[in-house]
Design a protein around this ligand. Structure first.
Ligand code: ACO
Length: 311
């Protein structure tokens, strides 16, 4: 028995900001945003809703879905670049609110690849038998570090949270392969500066269309499989053109890739668990499917996992 995902959950704020709404804020238009990014709308959290609030909602769902009690959680890992405070961490706030009395807790900062860093860290604790249940959360309130005067970035991001419980799964199910990486030399292309996200879109794009396809294929090969064996792809939801590059590399049809980017924009570390939770809920991901999760982000960072789905 190896480590796998035993439960998933998600939360997105109710407030919708459409491309047409953005036309009133900055010099942009719906057609530019849709054709360059695939985004149609995104969710924005109210002022009194914090990252920890969204993380809590997604976590509650994931814990229920995993059919465990909060007291059974051994470790909470929250991936976020928008913590409510530098300390206490979002993971500690979550530990209290969930009543996860036994759990250790820490935040992970790896930008949009944060959830992948969390899942792969959790896997190590499960495989060694040290822990039984690890809660991994990706939660972001990007709207608070978005420069609403900068059309290059403000059209891209949204708020939300996704969560997964990692534990032992049955038979030959579970995480078969993973890859993690970083390239600090590219950090300057995507950073928080003067409180806001600053990005060299073209450089990030070039990095992402190279890294996401490469990492996706690497985890398939590492699992001893070939492209034909891939049933579903959940890429980081940053830009449909970047996601398409990964899909083309794996040669899989359009309906085998999660595409929630059009509804939620780029929610950074939350995007993969939100997309995964929706794919499981809709039945797009079924027991024994071979699923690839792959992300990239500021840092620069990246991470991918190949897993056989099911408890
Ligand atoms: N509306 C209208 N025009 C715009 C907008 C906008 N919202 N934003 C930029 N433009 C203009 C620019 O000013 C520029 O105009 P100019 O040529 O007159 O100077 C032009 O559009 C830029 O065009 P392109 O460079 O051809 O745009 P491109 O096809 O590269 O798309 C984009 C830009 C969408 C930002 C793309 O580069 C991209 O997706 N990059 C990756 C971004 C990303 O994924 N970031 C998240 C990383 S994950 C994380 O860690 C947060």
């Amino acid at each position: 028995m190896s480590a796998g995902i035993t439960g998933v959950g998600k939360y997105v704020p109710e407030r919708i900001l459409t491309n047409q709404d953005l036309e009133k804020i900055v010099d942009t238009n719906d057609e530019w945003i849709r054709t360059r990014t695939g985004i149609e709308e995104r969710r924005i959290a109210d002022d009194d809703v914090d990252t920890a609030d969204m993380a809590y909602q997604a976590s509650k769902q994931a814990i229920e879905n995993a059919e465990i009690k909060p007291e059974e959680i051994d470790l909470i890992l929250v991936a976020t670049v928008t913590p409510d405070k530098s300390f206490p961490t979002v993971s500690c706030m979550l530990q209290e609110r969930l009543g996860a009395t036994k759990a250790a807790a820490m935040d992970i900062s790896a930008a949009c690849a944060g959830f992948m860093y969390g899942v792969i860290t959790a896997k190590q604790f499960i495989d060694t038998g040290v822990y039984k249940h690890v809660l991994v959360v990706g939660a972001e309130k990007l709207s608070k570090i978005t420069d609403w005067k900068d059309r290059n970035t403000c059209v891209l991001f949204g708020d939300g949270a996704g969560a997964a419980v990692i534990g032992k799964v049955s038979g030959d199910r579970g995480i078969k392969s993973f890859e993690l990486g970083a390239d600090g030399a590219g950090g300057k292309y995507l950073q928080q500066k003067d409180n806001y996200i600053q990005m060299n879109g073209r450089e990030v794009f070039k990095f992402a269309v190279r890294q996401m396809p490469e990492s996706s294929l690497n985890v398939v090969k590492q699992a001893g499989l070939s492209k034909e064996d891939v049933d579903y792809l959940v890429p980081h939801q940053a830009n449909i053109r970047i996601m398409e590059a990964a899909r083309n590399k794996l040669d899989i049809p359009v309906d085998k890739m999660a595409t929630s980017v059009k509804k939620y924009g780029n929610t950074s570390s939350a995007s993969i668990p939100i997309a995964l939770a929706e794919a499981v809920e809709s039945g797009d991901v079924k027991d024994d499917d071979f699923v690839v999760l792959v992300g990239f982000g500021g840092g620069l960072t990246w991470g991918a996992v190949g897993l056989k789905w099911g408890k």
